[in-house]
Design a protein around this ligand. Structure first.
Ligand code: BT5
Length: 232
């Protein structure tokens, strides 16, 4: 399914991969000078990390939230298999070890005539974690004390992702959500959720089929959150 292109240095792999147009194109960069997260946040992407994007042309473009989940599952499995590190998925787009972010996923899409989706994966493997992220982020090398094999991890996660992408194409959303939930450590927790316009505190009771986070807030009020950041 894949055609892999490697570059030493790019602004952002999510931008570069668009140039390839072809379904299954993968771009990997040694360094990103302008890596980004959601809401145009900066994504620290120094030398040694794994910065990778996949271009996809799915028919069910309206469901791309499930691609984010699929990527998170694929990363969790690859990290476990290759680096022997146990991590958890965190709603909506992270992989964490304890309270620290190991990996972030940015899924973007274009509607219009030429429909495509881009799944961007940023994994801290051997890169240095900058001072401002100490306590919030972790790399595989910090965790294991050994160099991680980026190539093996990339191959493994792409293989896992391909299997899940088949499920996605078959509209097996329930299957993907169930797998993701098994690896998730957000459900059941007391959290603070910050969305673009409000802050909610409460206990997470689930994630629904539209991938909204369900929270039992004060006064037993049920809140459903589409987008936001969670603090445990
Ligand atoms: C994400 O955003 O977690 C999505 C990150 C996706 C990065 C990949 S790398 C390949 C592809 N090309 C790109 O340009 N992007 C994708 P979000 O949930 O918004 O988290 C962003 C926040 O995470 C920042 O505001 C920082 O607080 C924190 N952060 C920045 N760099 C980090 C890092 N390397 N590790 C952990 N946390 C980081």
């Amino acid at each position: 399914m894949y055609e892999i292109h490697y570059f030493n240095k790019l602004d952002s792999t999510n931008d570069k991969v668009k140039e390839f147009q072809k379904h299954g194109s993968v771009v990997i960069a040694g360094i990103q000078t302008d890596g980004r997260g959601r809401f145009k946040r900066r994504w620290s992407s120094g030398k040694g990390g794994l910065w990778l994007s996949i271009l996809l042309k799915p028919e069910n473009i309206g469901k791309i939230g499930y691609l984010t989940l699929s990527a998170a599952i694929a990363c969790q499995k690859a990290v476990k298999k290759i680096a022997k590190v146990e991590s958890k998925v965190k709603w909506p787009n992270d992989l964490v070890v304890g309270n620290k972010k190991l990996c972030g996923i940015l899924t973007e899409s274009s509607s219009g005539e030429n429909k495509f989706a881009i799944v961007g994966i940023g994994m801290n493997t051997n890169n240095k974690i900058p001072k401002n992220l100490e306590g919030k982020a972790a790399s595989l090398r910090q965790i294991t004390g050994e160099d991680a094999d980026n190539e093996k991890i990339a191959k493994s996660l792409l293989r896992e992702f391909e299997a899940l992408y088949k499920r996605f194409n078959n509209k097996e959303y329930g299957f993907i959500l169930k797998k993701w939930k098994k690896l998730c450590d957000t459900i059941g927790r007391d959290v603070k959720v910050i969305t673009l316009d409000r802050t909610i505190r409460g206990r997470v009771t689930g994630v629904d089929s539209r991938l909204r986070l369900i929270i039992k807030a004060k006064g037993n009020k049920t809140e459903k959150v589409v987008e936001g950041d969670i603090y445990y």
